[in-house]
Structure formats: structure tokens, C-alpha cells
Design a protein around this ligand. Sequence first.
Ligand code: SF4
Ligand code: SF4
Length: 92
Amino acid sequence: MTHVITGLCNRSGGCVRVCPVDCIVPGQPPEQWPYYYIDPDACIDCGACVDACPYNAIWPESTVPDFLKADIQANYDYFRLGPGYGGRRSNA
Ligand code: SF4
Ligand code: SF4
């Protein structure tokens, strides 16, 4: 299991500061990866980021509402196909 960030993300950045395993990164470039993303292989499901998000963008993967389910895969793709942690070098 993992938590995932959905399309409700507004790139406010608050979730990054509370993650105990530092597995949340801003998508880069934003035109291609418009949200923040959680590394599904590193997330320990502590839930701290959920309370830190003012937009209710973060959900446990198993409870993502239907209208946001299409956003789940982007979290996996960002780390397996996209820049992943390397995107931090051009942080925004
Ligand atoms: S706290 Fe919420 S809106 Fe802000 S970057 Fe994280 S997921 Fe996106
Ligand atoms: S659930 Fe915990 S470990 Fe997973 S991304 Fe959120 S703060 Fe990080």
C-alpha cells in the first residue's frame, strides 16, 4: 500500500515537510508533471501528509474517490518513468 497525490494538488508544498521518509517530490517540469508525487516504494503509510494538505489531495491508494482514480498511476510513473527524485535538482 501507499498514499497517493491526486489532481487536487495545488503544489503548496506542505506535505513535503511532514513526511518522515522524505518520499514526496514536486513534479518537474510542471508543464509535464503538474502535481507533487509520492514514491510508492518508499511511503510507509503514516498518513502525516494527509493532514498537511489543505486541498485534500492525498489519499491512501485504496480509498481514492472514483473521480480521482485516474491520477493514481502518475505517482508510480513519476518514479519509474519520469524524473523521480532527480527532479529535486530543479525544485519549484
Ligand atoms: S500539501 Fe497537498 S496541495 Fe500541497 S503539494 Fe502536497 S499534495 Fe499538493
Ligand atoms: S503517508 Fe507518510 S510516508 Fe507516505 S507520503 Fe505521506 S507522510 Fe510520507
